[in-house]
Design a protein around this ligand. Structure first.
Ligand SMILES: Cc1cc2nc3c(=O)[nH]c(=O)nc-3n(C[C@H](O)[C@H](O)[C@H](O)COP(=O)(O)OP(=O)(O)OC[C@H]3O[C@@H](n4cnc5c(N)ncnc54)[C@H](O)[C@@H]3O)c2cc1C
Length: 434
């Protein structure tokens, strides 16, 4: 079946031969072009789940929960299940996902392939740290069980393996116990990056931390924003999140409405709202997934789509590096309403090509401007990443050069060696180009 395939940033629209199998036996690797990419829920912003001139295999119909040990908090499920579905099942039983990204609409397979991280990376590391077992199917039909004790090399390469080692059929993960679905949250305003780092240093014992920043601020207010930290309460109220959407953004939303004027006003109002400096209790759905309440918020950027730039810098140079990144974005006169800082510990996940290192990451959405304006900025930011020995997140990326990728992910060579010969992606072709 021919279908137009997009990822979250809506930058590329490829017409692909698409396979949407219901059963494992329906997966057909016999198509003429021996060139396949798995597609979970397309929540990657760039092209890790895209395949120009190749075939796409959707994995989101594989949702069966094979086993759920409610005493030990171990769940084994097919890789097309989403975090949304896992949470609905496990929260009422007093369990939570050990690591979750800023949306619950990712699949288990996508979370493993990108070794996603959350607001608690400074405490427990990336998603790979809680994976007990993976069942992998190669395109030649061979099935392999991977764990810390069995096929360890392939285990380490499949976690953060960008879907290139084979089809993740199912995985077994260890959940974390919770005694409430409500969280205690503290929001604290900070006036610049120096203040951010001070508050952050005092918050290292908090299980969850994250900061939003206003990238229209400049001068002595460069990097001003709102620091959020939180933990789960213990009131035995275990209610899973609601699926209600407050707003739906139509497909043909005129992107020009999200202009500099609007973003400046939004950022001002967001920073000044009373909740920006407040202690309160709220459901985990509000703390972890505020954007999930807006259906298709990626349409806000119009038909040209948008980039998300996320990079991470080592602890010792993070402040200077982030100052440089923010100054460059300012120099290009680019504004964003979604800009986030997070702290990271030394990685605990066994993934050999994981994004996180001990330091600070910065993520910012950037509209795809005409005349390659955004592309030029991204190339400039890439230079800062190389200069400060940082890394760019593949799950967000659409533009990183082969030189930068190979330098910052030296284990790509091992992945290339263990890669299934029929699997690839637009991302992989770009970053491994000779
Ligand atoms: C609003 C928003 C917030 C986000 N916040 C964060 C965050 O805080 N932290 C973070 O780390 N990421 C974050 N992300 C990125 C997102 O978590 C990752 O891109 C995630 O991998 C997407 O999962 P997916 O199921 O949609 O997979 P896709 O995007 O469809 O695919 C991702 C990769 O997984 C592979 N894949 C999928 N299923 C399988 C399978 N069964 N077998 C083999 N390979 C497979 C694909 O080939 C591809 O390489 C965010 C994304 C959005 C939209």
């Amino acid at each position: 079946m021919k279908k137009t395939v997009l990822s979250w940033g809506k930058l590329h629209k490829y017409e692909n031969e698409v396979i949407i199998p219901k059963n494992i036996k329906d997966i057909n690797f016999d198509l003429k072009a021996k060139n396949f990419t798995f597609y979970g829920n397309g929540r990657s912003y760039g092209d890790v789940c895209l395949n120009k001139n190749g075939n796409i295999i959707y994995t989101n119909r594989f949702k069966k929960v094979r086993r759920f040990d409610t005493k030990k908090g171990i769940i084994e499920a097919e890789a097309g299940i989403t975090f949304d579905e896992i949470l609905k099942l496990c929260v009422p039983k007093g369990w939570f996902l050990p690591v979750t990204p800023g949306t619950k609409f990712v699949t288990l397979g996508g979370a493993i392939a990108n070794d996603i991280h959350g607001k608690n990376h400074h405490q427990i590391g990336s998603f790979g740290s809680c994976i007990k077992k993976i069942c992998l199917i190669k395109t030649n039909g061979q099935k392999k069980i991977l764990s810390r004790n069995k096929n360890f090399n392939l285990f380490k390469l499949t976690i953060s393996g960008l879907g290139l080692t084979g089809f993740i059929e199912w995985a077994r993960i260890k959940l974390i116990p919770i005694k409430s679905s409500t969280m205690h949250v503290e929001n604290i305003r900070f006036n610049n990056l120096d203040e951010y780092f001070l508050i952050n240093n005092k918050s290292k014992k908090w299980p969850y931390t994250v900061a939003w920043f206003d990238n229209s601020a400049e001068g002595k207010n460069l990097g001003k924003g709102i620091f959020s930290r939180g933990y789960f309460l213990k009131d035995n109220n275990l209610e899973a999140h609601s699926s209600k959407k407050i707003i739906i953004i139509p497909k043909k939303f005129p992107g020009f409405l999200l202009n500099k004027f609007f973003i400046k006003i939004f950022n001002k109002l967001y920073w000044n709202r009373p909740a920006a400096n407040k202690v309160f209790h709220t459901h985990y759905g509000n703390f972890f997934y505020p954007l999930d309440k807006i259906k298709n918020w990626n349409n806000l950027y119009g038909h040209r789509g948008f980039y998300q730039f996320q990079c991470i810098f080592p602890e010792k140079c993070a402040k200077n590096a982030i100052k440089e990144v923010l100054s460059k974005i300012k120099a290009y006169n680019m504004l964003s309403f979604l800009a986030v800082l997070k702290t990271h510990r030394k990685e605990t996940s066994p993934g050999l090509n994981s994004f996180c290192i001990c330091g600070t990451s910065i993520a910012i959405d950037l509209p795809n401007k005409k005349k390659d304006k955004t592309l030029k900025l991204l190339k400039d930011l890439e230079k800062s990443v190389l200069k400060f020995k940082g890394k760019i997140n593949p799950s967000k990326d659409s533009t990183m050069s082969a030189k930068t990728y190979k330098k910052s992910y030296p284990n790509w060579i091992k992945l290339n060696k263990f890669k299934d010969p029929y699997l690839s992606s637009s991302f992989w072709k770009r970053v491994t180009k000779k």
